[in-house]
Write a protein that binds this ligand. Structure first.
Ligand SMILES: [Zn+2]
Length: 645
């Protein structure tokens, strides 16, 4: 997680703003008097907890996130605001010390050695007689193509105690380096031996594609364990890596969805079948770190689990001990309670989908790729998944069964931060068990009182009658992704800014401005772009990059990463960017109209004359929206025509 993300994740915008502005809950949002312009009549200031943003719909007509709020309030620049909020959130912000620098260099050396190991194992797979068994296994038994074997860099570790050791020693590597990289192990009696022997080798890389370690699968069914990973090293930490993420990033972003499966070969088979948004943990339960890593690309995460992992009653109850006693290869991936906590903290949308009995993802896609699509589409929210799995095959006329299921599901429902979601789940459970909802409410009251004392901060209050919280969460996430996408393009092609502004002007629209973005880090970068094109002492991109300080560099890195696959020569890039910007404007306009609708209703109820003024502004905004929609439609149509050609 980047420093900026971490600070954002830890500070609740409602808490922050409430310190200086008296907020009133209005539906799912909060309103108050704007602290930035003098006003006591109209509460024009709105805080949107779901997206972590605020906006003044009055005189300022500005908005942003926690950073821009503090910047505006204190008159600080972005880094000052970041320093202040980071300290408040307890997040460390420092330039690397010489010691950290030394560690970073050491890690680079480890990665270089591992990279050589990839080449060594691949040579063994493709060019040796012994490797032929492994190659046959991959091509014939697993139906993998040469291209996909190459793309994932698969290899073969020879059936020997010292082949790898010997090879790297002749290349001049000391044993201590090989040990540090996890390629060899130390004997109790002294001396070393190859860690991986007679196994298919899966290079494991971090999200940026840098080598981290290996996973290795047996070829001889008698061997144990079936899967063996690199040990924990300076660059290999199972809990913070996801297999396949380096190759899945782009697809995750464009599909705005990540799918988690449980196996390296499943990931590869899915990528081969065109489902390149699949990743896998390394035989351990999902960690918050892994999920927040994914969240950088999409907040919509689907767990596609085999029925064993997802439906095991013991797992659902959180009795991991019972599960371990079953002697499974992998540790449990599914821990409903833990996942709900991550979902709330990361503001992610985590869903669960179960595979047909006895089939792995690779078998499903091989049988019928559409079936895979269907399985992913059918994913349910965690709570729904748990209640349906528990109810499956039970006699729901039996009061004892009802009671048992309710006893397991209700505590989970109490963990859900949004009261609307909680209500919806309770209703669903009542329908499923065919009991009166009030009975469920009274059964869960004790738990809820406990919860509200314990975790108010983690659960930003959000209420409203008609809102659909999951859809909204997705909206907030995709808005963020859209901002990232636009900025990623501009970082690659700063010159497009002129063209964008010209096109906007042709349509009688305002030029691009930081106000089109809601996140302060993004706003700051747009501001830099504007400065960059107004000067001529440096290339615009260099100007922008040179003006960024350390945490912002991290952000720019991520933005550039989001567009590595972009072909800057492609003329559609400009259209893509225009679409993105128009979309962002529509979003802002929609928020404004929503706010006015609320104000108008409020004024009307109180017999306030301003109701008609609000209505007039709404009409004006609706016209503006028409114009934007028309412009957007042009770009959408044009791109579909092109694509068809
Ligand atoms: Zn204002």
């Amino acid at each position: 997680m980047s420093t900026i993300d971490e600070v954002k994740a830890r500070i609740d915008i409602v808490d922050l703003v409430s310190e200086t502005v008296q907020l009133r809950r209005t539906g799912k949002n909060y309103t108050g008097f704007c602290p930035f312009h003098s006003n006591t009549r109209t509460p024009a200031f709105v805080v949107f907890p779901e997206s972590g943003t605020w906006r003044c719909f009055g005189q300022c007509n500005e908005g942003g996130d926690i950073f821009s709020y503090v910047m505006k309030k204190e008159g600080w620049d972005f880094s000052e605001a970041l320093r202040y909020l980071a300290e408040r959130a307890g997040v460390q912000l420092q330039a690397p010390t010489p010691e950290e620098q030394a560690v970073a260099e050491e890690h680079d050396e480890l990665r270089a050695l591992l990279e050589e190991a990839v080449t060594f194992y691949r040579h063994q797979l493709l060019n040796t007689k012994a490797g032929k068994i492994a190659l046959d296994y991959l091509c014939e038994k697993r139906s993998l193509s040469d291209e996909i074997i190459e793309a994932f860099g698969l290899g073969y570790a020879p059936n020997s105690w010292d082949a790898t050791l010997g090879y790297f020693k002749t290349k001049g590597y000391p044993e201590t380096d090989l040990l540090a990289a996890g390629l060899i192990s130390e004997r109790d009696t002294g001396g070393y031996y190859d860690r991986f022997r007679h196994r298919v080798m899966f290079p494991i890389r971090d999200a940026r594609g840098r080598m981290a370690g290996f996973g290795a699968r047996i070829l001889n069914p008698e061997d144990v364990p079936k899967f063996l990973n690199s040990p924990q090293t300076g660059v290999f930490d199972k809990g913070s890596l996801l297999y396949g993420l380096d190759l899945a990033r782009k697809a995750i972003r464009s599909a705005d969805q990540a799918v988690i499966v449980e196996g390296y070969l499943d990931v590869i088979a899915l990528h081969q079948a065109g489902f390149a948004n699949a990743v896998s943990p390394m035989g351990t339960a999902l960690t918050e770190q892994q999920l927040s890593l994914l969240k950088r690309y999409s907040r919509r995460i689907v767990l596609a689990l085999d029925p064993d992992a997802a439906g095991d009653k013991a797992t659902l109850r959180g009795l991991q001990v019972a599960r371990q006693a079953l002697d499974r290869e992998a540790d449990p991936v599914f821990d409903a309670r833990g996942l709900l906590g991550y979902e709330a903290r990361l503001r992610a949308d985590i869903r669960v989908s179960t595979l047909p009995d006895g089939l792995d993802p690779d078998e499903v896609v091989e049988r019928n790729p559409q079936e895979w699509e269907h399985i992913v589409e059918q994913a349910n929210p965690i709570v729904v998944h748990v209640m349906e799995t528990l109810a499956a095959g039970r006699d729901l006329d039996d009061p004892k069964a009802k009671d048992e299921i309710a006893a397991q599901v209700l505590p989970l429902i109490e963990d859900v931060p949004s009261p609307i979601e909680r209500d919806a789940y309770r209703q669903r459970l009542a329908r499923l068990l065919r009991v009166d909802e009030r009975a469920l409410l009274s059964a869960s009251r004790g738990g809820r009182a406990r919860r509200s004392r314990m975790s108010r901060r983690q659960a930003p209050p959000a209420a409203g009658q008609e809102a659909a919280p999951l859809a909204m969460k997705q909206m907030a996430a995709s808005n963020y992704a859209r901002e990232v996408h636009c900025l990623g393009i501009l970082l690659r092609r700063p010159d497009l800014l002129y063209q964008v502004d010209r096109k906007l002007r042709q349509k009688d629209l305002e030029p691009l401005s930081p106000a089109d973005f809601q996140h302060a880090d993004h706003q700051a970068i747009v501001g830099l772009f504007q400065q960059a094109v107004d000067q001529d002492s440096a290339e615009p991109l260099n100007y922008v990059l040179n003006s960024l300080d350390l945490p912002m560099m991290e952000l720019a890195d991520g933005l550039l990463e989001s567009t590595t696959e972009l072909d800057p020569e492609d003329e559609r890039v400009l259209e893509d960017l225009m679409r993105g910007i128009l979309d962002l404007r529509l979003r802002n306009l929609r928020q404004e109209i929503e706010y006015l609708e609320f104000m108008q209703k409020d004024a009307q109820e109180q017999g306030d004359v301003r109701a008609s003024q609000y209505r007039q502004i709404m009409v004006k905004l609706a016209q503006e929206m028409l114009g934007l929609n028309k412009a957007l439609k042009e770009y959408t149509e044009r791109s579909t025509v092109r694509r068809r050609m």
